[in-house]
Design a protein around this ligand. Structure first.
Ligand code: GAR
Length: 206
């Protein structure tokens, strides 16, 4: 791998299918990054196992006492893990904790997330189920930069997925994830190679 490739950290809490898609794109030279480490707040998360199988450093970071965010000690630890690994981008792939404060200040417009809806519709948890319950005919997924809000940062890429009349939460989520696995590596490649300019809330491909 060329040394000029941006180093990234991938954070996830779940099975890691987005991480696997990013790693695959990296192997196929479609995504010019080096995945320096993978971090999870769930010790048994599939994403850690998938990383280890690819000989990528995988670390469990205990989140501390809160349910939906990191406590101060865990956030400091996260910052020191990513900075000591010389990471330029923090890539969230199903990371179910809200990141705030110091990490976002140090990595302004360099924390990226994929969310399973067409934001600003259905932020937060279970976005595919929210879409189904609301009755929309189209949902999708969004790649966005992370700011202090919940799923509110500048949008980098979006793709629609139709909601079918026989969809269950599981079938809809699976079809959204198929699109995520294509959209995320492509959007990230544009970001890490400097082809996306951010102006306020808007992003432009240059
Ligand atoms: C993905 O569908 C991602 O969009 C979602 O979690 C799933 C993780 O799956 N993220 C969120 O809901 C963030 N609010 P994965 O572990 O297989 O990549």
């Amino acid at each position: 791998m060329a040394n000029s490739h941006s180093k990234i950290a991938v954070l996830g809490s779940g099975k890691g299918s987005n991480f696997a898609a990013l790693a695959e794109a990296m192997t196929n030279h479609l995504l010019e990054v080096e995945i320096a480490l993978v971090i999870s707040d769930v010790e048994s998360a599939g994403i850690l196992e998938l990383a280890r199988r690819r000989s990528i450093r995988a670390e469990y970071l205990a989140p501390g006492k809160f349910r939906s965010k990191l406590d101060e000690e865990a956030e400091q630890k996260l910052i020191s893990m990513v900075t000591s690994a010389n990471v330029e981008w923090v890539v969230l792939a199903g990371y179910m904790r809200i990141l705030k404060g110091e990490l976002l200040r140090q990595f302004q417009n360099r924390v990226v997330n994929i969310h399973p809806s067409l934001l600003p519709a259905f932020p937060g948890l279970g976005a595919w189920k929210q879409a189904l319950d609301y009755g929309v005919k189209q949902t999708g997924c969004t790649v966005h930069l992370v700011d202090q809000g919940i799923d509110t940062g500048p949008i980098v890429a979006q793709e629609a997925v139709p909601v079918l009349s026989n969809d269950t939460p599981a079938t809809l989520h699976e079809r959204i994830q198929q699109v995520e696995r294509r959209l995320y590596p492509a959007a990230l490649q544009q970001l890490v190679t400097g082809r996306i300019r951010v102006e306020g809330r808007r992003t432009f491909t240059i």
